[in-house]
Write a protein that binds this ligand. Structure first.
Ligand code: NAD
Length: 356
């Protein structure tokens, strides 16, 4: 089985390539295609990256090659990690329009090439931001069940970690999902949280303790206030800003800690790579597992009692052919209302860019 990484020479792309090889997701007879941009700096860097990866992992490395044109991309799983990212300067916000103006043509270019020259069986995992726009753009040219945005899975792993951290346990004892938009529009689905080894009464008591008497009706104001605070602090002593984040409730930390991590200059390449490679591994392995991902829905869920059409992060079953089903039980009223609000925001943004 073969994997192509678009934007392989970038920070996230490199971390994904290294993780694919280190975790032996790709065996010695598989192929890893490093895709750069002809005429860009990455056209040179992908050749160097190829040699560096072989130097590091010659004992078990897959066959590694380079492609510089979208029409030359050939793989079972295509990871889209090419394009512009959010600035790392302390205090800088997330300008989704700036990301969209650079990255929408990249989504379109690769989707058109895959539609024309691909096998029709590749699964595309979208990492590049805005993830929802990437899923919308690629799903209009490719089979929507074969296009998955990985942001909701990364945010889910972050949510589980923050809950685990509050309880002094490891993440593997926590399950539960987030939905919504990658980044600031994450919707923590507290109704889905389970703690291994606890019955439902004990679990409910723990969740009450973690949430206090807050619900999602005030969540977006809480996020805005926390982000404004860390933007002010991040330019001074970054340890004060991380200490401040430690004192926030887990749902808020899920969103704000990565924002600060990115602004520290470290970016979030390793966490992103881990979540992406887990999805790649699932697709290649032939198992089906429940993860979360941004997908193009056509009435598979209802929000506010109405069937929903559009791109949204939701819990999904993923297997060798992409995503097959959404696994979302009845939501709590505050979850349904807030997810509906976020879904409308995503729809307005993707429509504005894609209908232009
Ligand atoms: N979804 C998530 O959870 C998540 C997390 C982190 C980063 N991201 C996103 O991933 C993307 C990459 O981030 P990064 O930090 O690696 O950025 P980066 O600037 O380090 O790397 C981007 C790479 O893409 C290459 N590139 C640009 N246009 C290309 C094209 N047309 N074809 C092939 N390669 C091209 C560049 O040359 C560069 O090597 C950004 O959009 C970022 O916002 C998403």
């Amino acid at each position: 089985m073969d994997v192509a990484v678009l934007g392989a020479a970038g920070d996230v792309g490199r971390a994904i390539c290294a993780e694919l090889i280190e975790r032996r997701v790709l065996g010695a007879h598989s192929r890893l295609q490093l895709v750069g941009r002809a005429g860009g700096l990455s056209a040179r860097a992908v050749h160097g990256l190829r040699v560096d990866l072989i130097d590091a992992h010659d004992e078990h490395a897959p066959i590694i090659d380079v492609a510089l044109r979208p029409e030359d991309v050939v793989a079972d799983v295509v990871v889209m990690a090419a394009g512009r990212t959010i600035p790392t300067a302390a205090g800088s916000g997330v300008d989704r329009d700036a990301l969209a103006s650079t990255n929408l043509p990249i989504f379109d270019e690769y989707a058109a090439a895959l539609a024309e020259y691909g096998s029709g069986h590749e699964v595309v995992i979208v990492v590049t931001n805005p993830v929802e726009l990437g899923v919308a753009a690629m799903s209009r040219r490719l089979n929507r069940h074969r296009v998955i945005g990985m942001g909701a899975w990364l945010d889910t792993l972050r949510f589980r970690r923050e809950i685990a951290w509050s309880l002094g346990i490891r993440r593997q004892r926590v399950s539960g999902f987030v939905a919504g938009q990658h980044g600031e529009g994450v919707v923590p689905l507290w109704s889905t949280v389970r703690l291994r080894g606890l019955d439902s009464d004990d679990r409910a008591a723990f969740v009450r303790r973690l949430r206090g008497d807050r619900d999602l009706n005030i969540f977006s104001e809480e996020i805005a206030a926390a982000r404004a605070a860390i933007s002010r602090m991040a330019g001074d002593d970054i340890t004060d800003a991380f200490d401040y984040v430690d004192g926030l409730p887990p749902g808020i930390r899920t969103i704000v800690r990565p924002f600060l991590t990115h602004q520290s200059g470290a970016k979030t390449a390793f966490g992103t790579a881990r979540a992406t490679v887990e999805l790649v591994d699932t697709v290649l392995d032939g198992r089906e597992i429940v993860v979360a991902g941004q997908v193009a829905l056509e009435g598979e869920i209802s929000l506010g009692g109405q069937p929903f059409t559009g791109v949204l992060g939701v819990p999904i079953v993923v297997g060798p052919d992409g995503w097959t089903r959404v696994l979302l039980d009845d939501l709590a009223p505050d979850e349904d209302a807030y997810l509906g609000e976020v879904a409308a925001r995503i729809g307005a943004f993707t429509d504005r860019w894609m209908l232009e």
